[in-house]
Design a protein around this ligand. Structure first.
Ligand code: 8YV
Length: 303
């Protein structure tokens, strides 16, 4: 959290501030029994064990749209409500997705290093990169963030294809009921589906192979949504051209093989990481907690 978030939380509530969820177990029983709401930021699991440490817990207010770390059925079973922070982060996450694709296609990181290292002066112009505008884009998951990404890519004169559970009212965009068919049809595959057990390795080896040697994968959802071993193999063997990744399995302790690959743009899971968006996420999280304590309807309820 930012210092502003912590100060605002202290003003509105009487928070017990912990660095990690595992520290709950170290709290004395009186403190644990006084906790009614958990403002959660992070991606480590919050399951039955954590919930049962807090007998009066009535709300888990997640700082983030994706709540795959929280065991929703376990919360519901215990009468614990869960909220998230949708919408306020759509633009920033979509911006980062497009930015990573542009960085990858135009080799902006390598070109920047070329100039910074003095190569431009001593060895001449940087090599030619590839065009992004006018390519064919495939969005995996046309939810709120996916749609923002598609709108941006449409402005880059791209043909928009998408996979979703059902066809959407998006004239001119092509629906695919199957991700392999989507990958066959496009150059760029942008993953914007929710994480969690239902979408594990949804972007499978077959999907990656269908993209082909000029294809680029962009992931701003969760590391779990891709078969990461298959993605690494494809990148290492040049079976796809590159990737732009904001999310990884086991992050921040990511597979070091990624560091060796010059055809991958790596970002440290900061799609929503702007001062403006994080302030809005913090505010929405606190508003949900305040509504819960006031017995009012939750603003953005998950269960
Ligand atoms: C994180 C995110 O929540 O909204 C999401 O689902 O992944 C991010 O916004 C944020 O990085 C805090 O951990």
């Amino acid at each position: 959290y930012t210092d502003t978030d912590t100060a605002a939380a202290k003003q509105a509530f009487a928070p017990v501030i912990l660095d990690r969820i595992s520290e709950l177990a170290g709290l004395d029983e009186t403190t644990r029994s006084a906790i009614t709401a958990l403002a959660y930021k992070g991606h480590t699991a919050v399951g039955p064990a954590e919930m049962d440490l807090l007998p009066k817990l009535g709300l888990i207010a997640n700082y983030g749209v994706g709540y795959d770390a929280i065991d929703i059925p376990a919360a519901t079973e215990r009468g614990i409500r869960v909220t998230n922070t949708p919408d306020v982060l759509n633009d920033d996450v979509a911006d980062l997705a497009v930015g990573m694709l542009l960085m990858q296609m135009r080799e902006m990181e390598q070109a920047s290093n070329w100039a910074r290292s003095g190569n431009w002066k001593t060895r001449g112009e940087y090599r030619l990169a590839h065009r992004m505008t006018g390519g064919r884009a495939g969005i995996v998951g046309l939810g709120r963030i996916g749609r923002e990404i598609a709108d941006r890519l449409a402005a880059f004169k791209m043909d928009i294809h998408y996979y979703a559970r059902s066809e959407k009212q998006t004239p001119g965009w092509t629906f695919h009921a199957d991700p392999v068919s989507l990958a066959h049809a496009v150059d760029f595959l942008v993953i914007a589906i929710v994480g969690g057990p239902d979408t594990e390795k949804f972007v499978s080896k077959d999907v990656i192979d269908a993209l082909g040697p000029r294809g680029v994968v962009v992931n701003i959802s969760r590391g779990t949504t891709v078969d990461e071993a298959a993605l690494l193999d494809a990148l290492e063997q040049g079976r796809i051209a590159g990737a732009g990744l904001d999310v990884f399995l086991g992050e921040p302790d990511i597979d070091p093989c990624f560091y060796e690959l010059s055809n991958v743009v790596i970002q440290p899971h900061h799609g929503s990481g702007t001062v403006e968006t994080r302030a809005a996420m913090g505010q929405l999280q606190r508003d949900n907690i305040a509504a819960f304590h006031a017995g009012q309807p939750l603003l953005t309820a998950v269960n």
